[in-house]
Write a protein that binds this ligand. Structure first.
Ligand code: CU
Ligand code: ZN
Length: 220
């Protein structure tokens, strides 16, 4: 063999080895299984709906004519009506004071007269809410004042509603504290005297609605 042929043979050998099948590359990865996304969305939405807060409202009482009487009361949905709870402060120790929901949410008059009469959508006479007879929807028991001048309030007011849009809806009405006790009998005011504090009932949480999509929680 001539040197030239030897070179050609070597070149062929190299070429052949280059063409020889190489070890297979790593086995192709198995196609990743597409994880079935469980339908979690619907149950989560349902849970969010269940945590939607019930309707609530509040009133901040401000003094009329420098009485010094103030307070903050919360209204929550209760069985058969609305529960009012909170504290009124700045009252003369040991007394009793008429306390009502009035018709008009306007405390602008210095004597509170802008709040109108007792909330009375049914046209009933004034009376004792916890007695047997008829009474205004806005009639409430007298405030009982402790030695420190505060009166704790915690009552269920049957028949009242929060943001229902109905006749017994208290949102946008006023709460008035009077200078004297309500006798639950004198028409139409219970002879409770002047008005010493007033506040407008404002909505805190709108009533839950089944139709509304889950959204951000209502702001306080
Ligand atoms: Cu009143
Ligand atoms: Zn009344």
């Amino acid at each position: 063999m001539s040197p030239k042929h030897t070179l050609i043979a070597a070149a062929l050998a190299l070429a052949l080895s280059a063409c020889s099948p190489t070890a297979p590359e790593a086995a192709p990865e198995a196609a990743p299984e597409v994880a079935e996304a469980p339908a979690e969305a619907a149950p989560a939405d349902a849970a969010a709906g269940m945590t939607q807060p019930a309707a609530s409202a509040r009133v901040v009482l401000a003094p009329l004519q420098d009485s010094g009487v103030a307070g903050e009361l919360t209204f929550d949905v209760a069985d058969g009506g609305v529960r009012i709870s909170g504290t009124v402060t700045g009252l003369p120790a040991g007394g009793q004071h008429g306390f009502h929901v009035h018709e008009t949410g306007d405390c602008s008059a210095p004597d509170g007269s802008s709040a109108g009469g007792h909330f009375n959508p049914a046209g009933a006479p004034h009376g004792d809410r916890h007695g047997d007879g008829p009474h205004h929807a806005g009639d409430m028991p007298n405030l009982d004042v402790a030695a420190d001048g505060s009166a704790a309030v915690d009552q269920v007011l049957a028949g009242l509603e929060i943001a229902s849009g109905g006749a017994n809806d208290i949102v946008g009405r006023a709460v008035i504290v009077h200078a004297q006790a309500d006798d639950y009998a004198t028409q139409p005011t219970g002879n409770a005297g002047g008005r010493i504090a007033c506040g407008v009932i404002e909505l805190v949480n709108a009533p839950p609605t089944d139709a509304s999509p889950a959204g951000p929680a209502p702001q306080e």
